[in-house]
Design a protein around this ligand. Structure first.
Ligand SMILES: Nc1ncnc2c1ncn2[C@@H]1O[C@H](COP(=O)(O)OP(=O)(O)OP(=O)(O)O)[C@@H](O)[C@H]1O
Length: 590
């Protein structure tokens, strides 16, 4: 963890932190005063007992009044200081954690799509929630108990030095040795801790993946298989966590051994100093009492070292991504926007090369060329895995090509403002539409945040979903369950289509967007799209040729092996008796 990064967040709350620091010191001071003031009361009682006289409560109170009131003051002040420390620290650290979560979520969300192919959702979600939470609570512990223990240690060392500089110096040598050994063990523990963290993440990812695909798991009756692999990962994680636990146990045990050894050593060395008249017996007793207090404080310091290690690991996870620069295609917000009156919408792919970052040696497109004129309905067809969706993703600038260029009206899309490109110019409806938590209306309004209820209803009618939405108990205000699980695939697709229609983009991409609809519904939706997008471009991607046949498309491009191998309308392509003809025959014979 880079401390300067964390400090940037803490600095914003410096007044609160300073207040917490002062109240921690005060709490430490009053902590030390509590046994002292109890001592004063006890000595009055001892004197009283030794005198052996019977006294009334009033007389008794008169005698202990002063130390008792001092005790009450010390205890009340200690309680107030503890309350202040904990409240201020909670206030400050909750603010720090909220800002960290915000910045981390923002940084992650702004990465290129490739980033999400390398990092799993479970891992990212753990960093944003669990690791920030751990960083916050560990930092709180350190700032509270850590500072208190260090302050108490400093106070006690001063007292010790006042009693015997020689004994204090020998104690110092012993403590330094312990700290040195502790540092070495600490480093080893850190390695274990990182490993334990990694293995617990793997476990978490597994459960996340299984639960988010629960329907598939259930359909294959694979619960036992998933539980088995979860247990396997769990066993590895448990083993690592146990090893870490043993390590921490050894560390704490050795620390206690060493600290108790220090007390023993002090008694023996102090005793010899008493023997040679270098120290009085009373001073040795006082020194030992103070060493016990030092021992307690040092034990807390050693616990805090463990907390510090955990905090550093959580911090590494958090700050690694917070400091990431925004992804290329998101960062360039200052790119060009083609003014509406100039926009025609002609698209050209010129010698485009592309391979996915996860499979760099497996190019999907090689010197790919395609010209698409605006105001047309264009279809890309071809067998699965031939690169149709990749072409759409490149156009929506989810990825950038590694060679060649894609232009809209002659402007390289890398020079266009990506936010404008995606939010205004291009509308994209994919095969698996994602719905968000909220109502049906909220999900349609996602395409145009300021849309009126009437506009929402209009878009829904065009997407052929008004009827089914109206039949729901709460109509447009029906809550959509997590990821739309309460709706059918076709219903989700129609809501996603309504969301794209309401956005009213110049170029509308339908990537297998009607694949879950029945024939009748698909025809209604396609007709509505063609009518509404007459003067724009609609790019329909399908491998089900019936989809394409129903659309009154101007041109069909057949994609095979990342290349356009045939182009024309349905009749022309059938006459060619080539790839399209074969696809058609294969599908109609099914
Ligand atoms: N995110 C990805 N990472 C790595 N490879 C990918 C990724 N997405 C697609 N591919 C690969 O790229 C190739 C083209 O896939 P693409 O999805 O573009 O094909 P498609 O023609 O649209 O197929 P479908 O009709 O099944 O959707 C395939 O070999 C596929 O395995």
């Amino acid at each position: 963890m880079t401390w300067s990064s964390f400090w940037k967040y803490l600095r914003q709350h410096w007044m609160g932190l300073f207040g917490a620091f002062l109240s921690t010191l005060a709490a430490a001071y009053f902590n030390v005063q509590i046994p002292v003031s109890i001592g004063s009361i006890t000595s009055v009682i001892t004197t009283m007992v030794n005198a052996g006289e019977a006294i009334t409560f009033k007389e008794y109170w008169e005698r202990i009044k002063e130390p008792a009131l001092r005790f009450a003051f010390v205890v009340a002040s200690q309680a107030a200081a503890s309350f202040a420390t904990i409240s201020i620290l909670s206030h400050v650290m909750e603010g720090v954690a909220a800002k960290l979560r915000h910045d981390l979520f923002d940084a992650v969300q702004r990465q290129d799509i490739e980033f999400f192919e390398f990092h799993r959702t479970g891992e990212l979600s753990k960093r944003i929630n669990q690791d920030v939470q751990e960083l916050k609570s560990d930092a709180k512990k350190l700032l509270n108990s850590g500072i208190k223990a260090v302050a108490q240690t400093a106070g006690v060392v001063q007292v010790l030095y006042g009693i015997s500089p020689t004994l204090t110096a020998s104690l110092g040598v012993g403590v330094s040795g312990i700290v040195l050994i502790g540092t070495v063990i600490g480093k080893m523990l850190k390695k274990h801790s990182i490993q334990a963290n990694r293995e617990s993440s793997a476990c978490q990812n597994h459960s996340y993946e299984s639960l988010s695909n629960i329907k598939t798991v259930r359909a294959f009756s694979a619960e036992d298989k998933h539980l088995e692999s979860y247990d396997e990962l769990g066993e590895i994680a448990t083993l690592s966590a146990r090893k870490l636990g043993y390590g921490i146990g050894i560390f704490q045990g050795l620390t206690n051994l060493a600290l108790n050894g220090l007390v023993g050593g002090t008694v023996i060395l102090g005793g010899s100093m008493v023997g040679s008249n270098q120290l009085s017996g009373g001073d040795l007793m006082a020194f030992l009492a103070a060493v016990q207090m030092l021992q307690k404080s040092l034990a807390t310091v050693s616990q805090m070292l463990t907390v510090y290690m955990k905090m550093k690991i959580a911090g590494d996870q958090v700050f690694q991504f917070i400091s990431l620069e925004p992804g290329r295609t998101v960062a360039e917000q200052d790119g060009k926007r083609i003014p509406h009156y100039k926009l025609i919408g002609n698209i050209s792919f010129d010698d485009v090369d592309f391979s996915y970052a996860t499979r760099p040696d497996d190019p999907v497109l090689k010197k790919f060329n395609l010209q698409m004129s605006s105001h047309k309905v264009i279809a890309l067809v071809g067998a699965s895995g031939n690169g149709k969706s990749t072409i759409a993703s490149l156009l929506a600038r989810m990825y950038d090509p590694s060679g060649g260029k894609i232009t809209i009206d002659g402007v390289d899309i890398r020079n266009l403002d990506p936010k404008w490109l995606r939010s205004e110019l291009i509308g994209y409806v994919g095969q698996e539409p994602a719905l968000f938590t909220g109502t049906v209306a909220d999900n349609i309004r996602y395409g145009k945040p300021d849309a009126s209820d009437l506009e929402i209803e209009d878009a829904a009618r065009r997407a052929n979903c008004h009827h089914f939405i109206s039949s729901l108990k709460d109509g447009y205000f029906t809550k959509v369950a997590e990821r739309g699980s309460s709706l059918s695939g076709g219903q989700k697709q129609r809501i996603a289509i309504a969301r794209a229609i309401i956005k009213n983009p110049e170029i509308l991409i339908f990537d297998e967007a009607t694949s879950a609809l029945d024939n009748e519904s698909e025809a209604v939706v396609q007709k509505a799209i063609e009518e509404n997008f007459k003067n724009r471009m609609v790019l329909i991607i399908a491998h089900r040729l019936s989809t394409v046949k129903k659309a009154v498309q101007d041109i069909i491009h057949v994609v095979e092996g990342g290349k356009i191998v045939e182009s024309g309308n349905h009749e022309e392509l059938m006459r060619k008796r080539g790839v399209y003809f074969n696809l058609q025959n294969q599908q109609s014979s099914k």
